[in-house]
Design a protein around this ligand. Structure first.
Ligand code: SAH
Ligand code: SF4
Length: 392
């Protein structure tokens, strides 16, 4: 085999802007970046240094134009511009809530749109990003679940949401300023927007590796939380290959109820899920798992549910995040009453678990969990499609 053969093969699989158009460098891992640079004329012996330089410009300084990469020769900058682009999703709208929450609409290739939400808090700023347009799953309380899966986002589109928000927050370091000199406005990422991240594993992993890379965006793996509905076979892989914090959409304490709320439970039931979760903290060396629990009136919110929940997760280092149901037009559920939520939280708390009730944020701009929608909303799932998913 010649030296160049595998490189050429790899280049073919990298998403291009157009069939023969320039390659977008955003979202390529360091190894892939090295490969495409070499395949387009960068001498192999320089490749390592070039990767470091270009990486720094893109992810450390937020630069999108090769011309601005002043530590590269003019000729080399031209060569880069001939073959590559640095592109992130386009921000098509931005709404700011009375409480400071920002909701962005980001347009990705093909004209699809995903929502991205920035939530400022006293001690952190969290960006909620999407991994898919729509979702293949059909959780009964989730608005995204009513939308067909249009496609997986690429790694560039996933990390690009973070870069887009950094642009808006004016968060890239300024000239003469070291990275980390200013307090970070965007300090945490949660993969809790549209889609099931573990059904787009490779792209999510590559994007999060880029977000964690110390030479760029540089977020610690403990500041990234991936939320899954319970794709059991991918959970150990998440620990090993990403190592971020894990949240799980638990939402019910019996298989009978969970089968209905989170239909993936029919494939991997509560016992199977818990087994995988028990292993996660050890495999990922993270302290605890977040159990998300959406509070649905008369469905999963009784004292007996709360007691069953603490019994089920016994021995797992955990925090239980109670989410008051965010209603959307046509939703088949109602939010539990506030005193019910508090009584539930109390039982969980007395059992020794942190049980914060997630304060709904950005309600005036429909920015809350499960309310995110997209231009593809019109492509609703049919009853038959929902029934098919529920049967699997
Ligand atoms: N697909 C992944 C991540 C996206 S959903 C998952 O299911 O975990 C992020 C969180 O919002 C999940 O816990 C989900 O169950 C919750 N959620 C979805 N719709 C909601 C709604 N209408 N009200 C409150 N929480 C909701
Ligand atoms: Fe998909 Fe998560 Fe919504 Fe379920 S809760 S339909 S897995 S986005």
């Amino acid at each position: 085999m010649t030296d160049t053969a595998p490189v050429t093969q790899d280049v073919m699989t990298i998403p291009r802007k157009a069939p023969e158009g320039p390659i977008n460098l955003v979202g390529l891992t360091r190894d892939r970046l090295r490969e495409v640079l070499i395949a387009h004329g960068t001498p192999e012996r320089q490749a390592r240094m070039r990767v470091n330089q270009i990486w720094q410009w893109i992810y450390g300084w937020g630069v999108r134009d090769f011309e601005a990469m002043t530590n590269l020769s003019k000729a080399y900058r031209k060569q880069l511009a001939d073959h590559f682009v640095i592109e992130i999703p386009e921000m098509v709208s931005r709404q700011v809530s009375a409480d400071g929450t920002r909701k962005y609409l980001a347009r990705i290739a093909g004209g699809h749109e995903v929502e991205v939400v920035y939530i400022p808090e006293a001690d952190r700023g969290t960006l909620c990003i999407s991994s898919q347009v729509g979702c293949t799953l059909t959780c009964s309380f989730c608005h995204t679940g009513t939308q067909k899966l249009v496609r997986n986002l690429t790694a560039g589109e996933i990390v690009g949401q973070v870069m887009m928000a950094r642009d808006d927050l004016d968060e890239w370091p300024r000239r003469g300023e070291g990275a980390g000199e200013r307090p970070r406005l965007l300090s945490n990422i949660v993969l809790m927007g549209m889609g099931e991240p573990l059904y787009n594993f490779d792209n999510v992993r590559d994007a999060m590796k880029i977000a964690m890379d110390g030479e760029g965006i540089s977020l610690s793996r403990r500041r990234i939380t991936l939320s899954t509905s319970g794709v059991v076979p991918e959970i150990a892989k998440t620990a090993e290959e990403i190592g971020c914090m894990l949240a799980v959409s638990f939402h019910a304490t019996t298989d009978e109820v969970r089968d209905k709320l989170v239909p993936i439970n029919r494939k991997w039931n509560i016992a199977t899920l818990l087994e995988a979760l028990r292993e996660y903290p050890r495999l990922s060396n993270s302290e605890r798992i977040t159990f998300e629990y959406v509070m649905l009136k008369d469905v999963n919110d009784s004292d007996a549910d709360a007691r069953r929940l603490v019994k089920l997760i016994e021995g797992i280092p955990a925090k239980i995040n109670l989410i008051p149901f965010n209603e959307w037009p046509g939703a088949p559920h109602q939010r539990s009453d506030w005193d019910r939520i508090e009584a539930f939280a109390d039982i969980v708390h007395k059992a020794g678990y942190a049980s914060p009730i997630r304060t709904p944020r950005g309600e005036d701009i429909m920015a809350a969990c499960g309310q995110l929608k997209s231009a593809t909303e019109r492509q609703k799932k049919s009853r038959r499609e929902i029934a098919a998913e529920t049967r699997t």
